[in-house]
Design a protein around this ligand. Structure first.
Ligand SMILES: [Fe+2]
Length: 436
């Protein structure tokens, strides 16, 4: 890409992210913006001003060398200083002030984008800082959509349904033993935790062709999955008891029918959609019931990216091209996952479908740095979360923008969280002699 292409791409993506932020905050009244819809989430108006605050910090100050515009608000929007639960009690900017603030930041950023160097310093090489900020805003747009899902009241969001499933697929595919390249050292806007590229040897395994569906998950529930202690790990059972879990979040039963609430709409649970809003412990118990396990993060990425014929890793399951409408359900075009078996054009070299988009997929892996990891541009982006407290999720959801989703992209959360758009698929070890 030439410098001009990078600048135009950054400009277009910044503009698209802002349109989404404004749409997600413009469709509800002042009260709904200020109110905390769940202790797990910030008020929407916090997210709105926070995206501007990070944009000011990284683009205007770090890249542009400009003075703080409003130093007195910096700490209000520092995610580390104030956990989500306490954000509604802060003296936050009003919705109107927030919109004005982020618009002023953006105007200056557009000026900076015209003249900033986009090579040399690692912070600006290939427009990295602009790409990081685009991804940051889109990540908050996904968080804001999760807040909308938690919001009570009449529906304010709607979108057409996604593609139907297509053709036949085997239940699972065999990925033979062998090394593959995990992570990236070349993707220009990849974040620090996706780097560097490194070789990982993965023993042969089987992995589900499609995510676990609501029908599959209901079979687990009807088999007494939530009552059977032996299916749950110690931590999982303790949480299942404490939280009183009996099914995915936003589900309930009326007569013989399971219903769910989706962005304010009440509807029967669609059997062929990937299950969503389940926590890691529920995914683990399901897998145990099915005589299977969650894939490791390396297994997920190998199934998604490795091209055995070419002996290399692809950027996305389908190849190196950017995600198109036929590849995956991304970008909030639809406000639900597509039925399992949709998007055959997005299948990986092994024939695995829907790895990108639809639902985030829990893996069995803890969130850790790759060998050779270096925090960039700040430790708080990912390094402070490394350890055994967080589990890795992969692949993005229907709420994730394509710019914030790649074959190498890593997300992480606590194993009890399920307000996120989280589902899973399962795997198992290959038998001796299979795939060697
Ligand atoms: Fe943030």
């Amino acid at each position: 890409m030439t410098g001009e292409d990078i600048r135009s791409r950054a400009y277009d993506l910044l503009t698209a992210a802002r349109e989404r932020s404004l749409a997600l905050t413009g469709c509800v009244g002042e009260d709904d913006l200020i109110k905390q819809h769940s202790r797990l989430m910030s008020p929407l108006v916090w997210d709105l001003a926070h995206v501007g605050s990070q944009e000011e910090l990284w683009l205007l100050r770090a890249v542009g060398g400009q003075e703080p515009m409003r130093p007195e608000i910096d700490s209000l929007y520092d995610a580390f200083e104030h956990p989500r639960a306490e954000r509604p009690r802060l003296p936050l900017l009003s919705p109107e002030e927030s919109r004005r603030y982020i618009a002023t930041v953006r105007e200056r950023v557009v000026g900076l984008l015209e003249r900033s160097p986009i090579e040399g310093d690692p912070l600006v090489e290939n427009g990295f800082a602009f790409g990081m900020i685009v991804q940051h805003e889109q990540q908050h747009d996904e968080t804001m959509l999760a807040t909308h899902q938690l919001r009570e009241g009449v529906p304010v969001l709607s979108a057409p349904p996604p593609a139907a499933s297509s053709g036949w697929w085997p239940k699972e595919v065999l990925v033979p033993a062998g090394a593959f390249t995990m992570g990236t050292s070349t993707e220009p806007w990849a974040l620090d935790n996706e780097r560097p590229a490194h070789q990982v040897h993965v023993p042969a395994y089987w992995i589900d062709t499609v995510p676990v569906s609501n029908a599959d998950y209901l079979a687990f529930m009807e088999a007494g999955g939530y009552e059977r202690r032996e299916l749950w790990s110690a931590g999982g059972w303790a949480h299942r008891q404490d939280a009183g879990l009996t099914g995915p979040r936003f589900w309930w039963r009326e007569g013989g029918t399971w219903l769910r609430r989706r962005f304010g709409h009440v509807e029967p649970v669609p059997p062929d959609e990937p299950v969503v809003h389940v926590c890691w412990y529920e995914a683990e118990a399901y897998a145990s019931w099915a005589g299977r396990r969650l894939p490791t993060e390396a297994e997920w990425e190998k199934a998604a990216r490795h091209d055995p014929a070419a002996g290399r890793s692809r950027r996305y399951p389908w190849g190196d091209e950017e995600p198109g409408a036929a590849h995956a359900n991304l970008g909030q075009r639809h406000l639900q996952a597509a039925p399992v078996g949709a998007y055959p054009a997005g299948a990986s070299a092994y024939g695995v479908r829907q790895l990108i988009g639809d639902v985030w997929e829990w893996t069995s892996s803890d969130f850790r740095g790759y060998p050779g990891f270096a925090a960039f541009p700040y430790r708080e982006y990912s390094e402070v979360f490394f350890g055994d407290e967080y589990k890795v999720l992969r692949g993005g959801s229907f709420a994730t923008d394509p710019v914030a989703c790649r074959g190498t992209f890593r997300n992480w959360d606590y194993p009890i969280r399920r307000q996120i758009f989280s589902g899973f698929r399962t795997a198992r070890d290959a038998a001796p002699g299979e795939g060697v």
